[in-house]
Design a protein around this ligand. Sequence first.
Ligand SMILES: *Cc1c(COP(=O)(O)O)cnc(C)c1O
Length: 464
Amino acid sequence: MHYISTRGHAPKKNFLEVLTSGLAADGGLYVPSEWPIVSRETIQSWKELSYTDLAVEVMLPFTGGMLDKPTLKRLVDKSYAVFRDEDIVPLRPLEDGHYVLELFHGPTLAFKDVALQFLGNLLEYELKQRDEHIVIIGATSGDTGSAAISGVLGCEHIQLFMLYPHLRVSEVQRRQMTTIDAGNIHNLAVGDPGNFDDCQDMVKHMFRHPEFMGETKLVAVNSINWVRILAQIVYYFYAALKLGAPAQKVSFSVPTGNFGDIFAGYVAKKMGLPIDRLVVATNRNDILDRCIRANDYRKEGVQPSFSPSMDIQISSNFERLLFDAYAQDAGKIRQLMDGFKADGKLTIAPEVMAQIQHDFVSLATDDDQTVEVMKQVYDAHGYVVDPHTATGVRAAWEYKQEDVPMVTLATAHAAKFPDVTERALGFRPELPAHLADLFNLPEHFTNVPNRLDAVQEWIKRHTA
Ligand SMILES: *Cc1c(COP(=O)(O)O)cnc(C)c1O
């Protein structure tokens, strides 16, 4: 097993090399050269495994022999020991044949913890082996920042710099980053007030031009990093096994932004898990919904919504799906992505589109509908879903079939979004105990001007 770029002009890499890279040198994303196929008998034999034992079985083939099984097991155990539920990702019945997979029991209350806790531990392990130090730079408007910080907290071989737009991040999300007090974590509040796109552009620029850091390697922890996708494949197996797989087919409804989480479901299906439908749930930023319904992948401006972690303009992981759907034709992907860069739109060949529509269906949900779903679910079941999960629930209702269980991925805890929840349900959900102090703890951040040279200068000065 090795990894190749979706654009075909970058050197192939092994698992551990992919771990510490960002975008491939040709602008593509790294993907496994082939999907490891798991037989029905093997899937059957995984039925009684704990989440962590299952995670080892699912992830091991992707390491291509670069990690031994006991080491992987140790890293997985450490990563999920910090989750507050003994099932790690509990599956709750919502209504007949419809289940919610709660992915928000990690330290920062969003599904991103499932991947970023593991990624942080794996990075620290590997860097220690190599005796190497790296710098992680990221931009966040919400959940990624705190999940990444929590993932690499206290890692001796990693300095993390997180850029966020000053005064433009919700108070819960800001405090989840800034109340962390650790020598290797640096929160940079950009501008006055700042703007997320500027933060993102600066980070992209620094990855394209890493020379300013000298010898120090820059590593990305957004979902272009393959290891994030990898860790998310596991919970598709976990939920499906609980619902009768491999004998029973299962469908999943996934609140989607960058197409990372749902792509992990697609990989699980490619490996042999009997997934029937993968339902793409978007908010009003509906580029993926338009693409899957009408082959209309066209860039529009980002509109703020009640589910901010899904407010995207371009869905970076969609390129990984296209590469697979075009049978790994990297020349074709280069042509499509160059065209998209030039014209802001992309048209998929009809026979390829038909295949994508065989695996995926989609639904877009606006803010009013989001609030309505939150209210309906609470009134019927006394259960609180966050605004992101609500888009998934509505899409699940749309596509639920009689004889196939449907699982909606619950991607965040509603306490992260108290204002929308109050608008929908009339009360503010309580933060779990480990975050009860969030509003009392001192904050740690540095204000930096919205200028690339100033940000680079600050990062250089604080990299030991
Ligand atoms: C990041 C995020 C999403 C979108 O996930 P993708 O992998 O980018 O599709 C959905 N919901 C929440 C709460 C998130 O934090």
